[in-house]
Write a protein that binds this ligand. Structure first.
Ligand code: CAA
Length: 397
């Protein structure tokens, strides 16, 4: 049997000099500027506006967006590398960065008009303004197609009037623009959902209660309320009825970002655990010499590296999709599922290895543990990722 040429270069996982450059720049900024303030912001819940603005100036708030629209014009691997470094220092910064990059900027780049790209995208990708994404409602979470909020086109056909309440909006308390999904034709279910770009300084928009959270406490999350908000037709993203597809397409990109965040949290917990296992002594030996600790270290490292490979695979699939338009839903869901469950498991082991110190706020280990949990919930729970993966494999909808 003839063996055709193998495209082995596609399996080359070596980073390019540009990738190493962004990884090192993000690492230096994260360790110098973010790590020292992370515990304080976790305690106070204060949004870290100064460091987010600095990240904008470094190009980290619109990494994959072309320079002409305010971004850094790099690829998805660069985005993953930067997300890991930022999240390793502080998962809250990672959440704000991920939503801005993949749920907001990516959506406008893919579905926006030239005018929307030159105005809104330009401001958000450069970090001058903050972007958010709002799909969830109090009674509509995993079943995103059942939302109750409404947008009705006025008689003149110039504005939509939006009413309703959306919940769990990351960066909701501070966002300048929010990509909101709402019903224009409720009888059509998911085919009746439309996407809108909301300007948060306009009448009819109100920020609701800020959520008191277990983790990622410096990433502000709130409800947002629409009371006869007038949205100009030019601020609709895509066509009427395209909202659900836009929401799902964008979530595929978002899930690559959250998987990278989870990897960053897991790496931070793992590296601290290795150091502690070398230094901490019990029964006259370092605890790392005990096989029960060694088993944890071995399994933590193996799961982390497996997560990294799934994330790189999803990032490369997303990169290919820029040319082919093919979906990478399967790769994104597998990466998000595995990396988030790894982050939860690894941070749990890290607390155990550190014993009492793992439970104390004197070290960041308990914060990693609290922060990891959200990665199994937002942008699609682990259960939803399993539904997506299984349906894909079984050929079901
Ligand atoms: N890309 C493009 N299109 C997609 C898609 C994707 N990834 N997934 C589904 N679609 C399309 C389907 O092809 C189908 O199109 P047609 O009607 O033209 O055939 C349509 O969307 C409906 O698809 P389904 O029948 O599969 O839809 P469903 O109602 O069964 O839902 C689901 C599928 C996977 C459960 C989906 O609802 C889902 O992902 N739910 C989770 C929502 C979620 O992640 N919420 C988190 C919100 S963001 C957040 O966390 C807050 C934050 O700020 C970070």
């Amino acid at each position: 049997m003839a063996v055709t040429a193998m495209p082995s270069e596609r399996l080359n996982l070596t980073l390019t000099p540009e990738h190493e450059m962004i990884q090192q720049a993000a690492r230096k900024f994260a360790q110098d500027k973010i790590a020292p303030i992370a515990a304080e912001h976790d305690e106070s819940g204060e949004f870290p506006l100064d460091t987010i603005r600095e990240m904008g100036r470094m190009g980290l708030m619109g990494i994959e967006i072309p320079e002409e629209y305010g971004g850094a014009e790099m690829d998805t691997i660069a985005y993953v590398l930067a997300m890991v470094e930022i999240s390793k220092a502080d998962a809250s910064h990672g959440t704000i960065m991920s939503v801005n990059n993949s749920l907001f900027c990516h959506a406008i780049l893919k579905f926006g008009t030239e005018e929307q790209k030159k105005t809104v995208l330009m401001q958000v990708a450069s970090g001058y303004a903050i972007g958010a994404y709002s799909l969830t409602e109090p009674m509509s979470g995993s079943d995103a197609g059942t939302m109750k909020s409404r947008a009705v086109l006025n008689e003149a056909g110039t504005h939509y009037v939006i009413n309703g309440r959306k919940s769990w909006v990351t960066s909701g308390p501070v966002a300048d623009y929010i990509l909101v999904f709402t019903m224009t034709e409720p009888e059509k279910m998911h085919k009746g959902i439309t996407a809108f770009l909301i300007e948060t300084d306009k009448p009819g928009f109100e920020r609701g209660k800020k959520e008191p959270k277990l983790g990622i406490r410096a990433s502000a999350t709130s409800e947002v309320i629409f009371d006869n908000y007038q949205c100009p037709v030019e601020n609709r993203l895509g066509e009427e009825g395209e909202g659900f597809k836009i929401a799902m397409t964008v979530l595929d990109a978002g899930r690559v970002g959250i998987a990278s965040q989870a990897l960053g949290i897991a790496e931070a917990a793992y590296e601290a655990s290795v150091q502690y296992a070398r230094e901490r002594e019990a029964f006259g030996e370092s605890i790392g010499s005990f096989q029960m600790i060694q088993q944890k270290i071995a399994d933590m490292k193996t799961r982390i590296e497996a997560s990294r490979l799934l994330i790189y695979s999803a990032a490369l699939a997303k990169e290919r999709s820029k040319n082919t338009g093919e979906r990478y839903t399967l790769e994104a869901s597998m990466a998000k599922l595995f990396a988030s469950e790894t982050a939860m498991w690894v941070t749990h082991q890290a607390v155990q290895i550190h014993g009492g110190m793992g439970y104390s706020k004197e070290l960041p280990i308990e914060r990693y543990f609290r922060d990891a949990k959200i990665t199994e919930i937002y942008e699609g729970t682990s259960e939803i990722q399993r539904v997506v993966i299984a349906r894909n494999q079984l050929g079901l909808r």
